[in-house]
Design a protein around this ligand. Structure first.
Ligand code: RIB
Ligand code: CA
Length: 315
């Protein structure tokens, strides 16, 4: 049976690749896509999520509006240098306009309603700031024991931050939401920057995806124009952080995980930091909830899986 999932997202160039993989894989059943601020504003997240489901031939997947700002912090500026001002590499005006609209319900209510309708079966897959997940847990605490697991892109066990020296962007963007989610008590799998940095791609990857010749790959080809330019300007290889949260559900055998205590910093210059404690239990001086941290991936096999799934679209 495919795993029922709700993807919570701020699409987002890496979100785009994660969402296409999910929509084109039978191992998961996407019950809905809830949207959140993050890489750009909420309106872009909604429009981009609509574009993704429609391009993948899945306009039946509900797109749901969520939080436009963090729970306590002021609104965040987005990441235009990484994702473009529109969240899709400034390609939005070259891509099909969304035909559909977001449903009337808000993300927190959608998450609560969907989890209560399928107790024990729904996995939450947040790949943006986790504001909606925190709001849903506070709105209806009964979902915490009814969610199958939370498999998120966020945090960093041992490789420092990206949005700050200590904070990974998704948790840095709403550290108070992160604290609520990490302390809720549901099972958490964290695909953080550790595994992100184990899967870095070059122009050959962009060429391979762009050559697949179907509406999904053509969509990414347009967005990758911006990625190519950024890779040249920054002399960098391309990371796809969000992909690992979805790929872990589809092919867990490609990943290496370790169960570790983890808590969230919410104040000061380390706000958003995931403090992971690798010390042996006998050395630990307090009881901290443990999570499964993804530390590594079989990069070649993952790249092959992604190209195979995208290439099979429409065949
Ligand atoms: O730190 C990487 C995360 O921040 C990814 O989810 C990316 O899309 C951005 O949201
Ligand atoms: Ca994201």
């Amino acid at each position: 049976m495919p795993e029922k999932i709700i993807i919570d997202t701020d699409p987002g160039i890496d979100d785009m690749q994660a969402i296409f993989l999910a929509l084109l894989s039978t191992e998961v059943d996407v019950l809905g896509i809830t949207t959140v601020f993050g890489n750009s504003g909420l309106d872009n997240s909604v429009a981009n999520a609509l574009r993704l489901v429609e391009t993948a031939g899945r306009p039946d997947v509900p797109v749901v509006r969520g939080a436009s700002r963090p729970i306590l912090l002021p609104p965040r500026p987005g990441a235009p240098s990484i994702h473009g001002a529109d969240g899709l590499g400034n390609a939005a005006d070259r891509l099909p306009k969304p035909k559909g609209k977001a449903i009337g319900q808000n993300a927190a209510n959608f998450i609560v309603e969907t989890v209560l309708a399928h107790p024990g079966e729904v996995t939450l897959v947040p790949i943006g700031p986790i504001t909606n997940i925190a709001l849903a847990a506070r709105l209806e605490p009964a979902i915490i024991s009814k969610v199958k697991r939370v498999v998120l892109m966020g945090g960093s066990a041992f490789v420092g931050g990206n949005a700050s020296a200590a904070g990974e962007a998704n948790l840095y963007n709403d550290p108070h939401a992160a604290k609520i989610v990490f302390e809720a008590g549901w099972p958490i799998v964290m695909a953080g920057l550790d595994v992100t940095y184990r899967y870095l791609l070059g122009e050959d990857y962009l060429d391979l995806v762009s050559s697949l010749g179907n509406p999904v790959s053509d969509f990414m080809k347009e967005v990758f124009v911006f990625v190519r330019q950024r890779m040249i300007e920054w002399n960098s290889r391309e990371a796809v952080p969000d992909l690992h949260a979805v790929a872990y559900l589809i092919a867990p055998e490609l990943y290496t995980t370790r169960r570790l205590p983890c808590y969230i910093e919410t104040e000061g210059r380390t706000a958003g930091m995931t403090v992971v404690d690798p010390r042996p239990p006998a050395r630990r001086n307090e009881v901290i909830p443990e999570i499964d941290v993804i530390l590594d991936v079989h990069a070649e096999k993952l790249r092959g899986l992604f190209l195979q799934r995208i290439g099979a679209f429409g065949k």
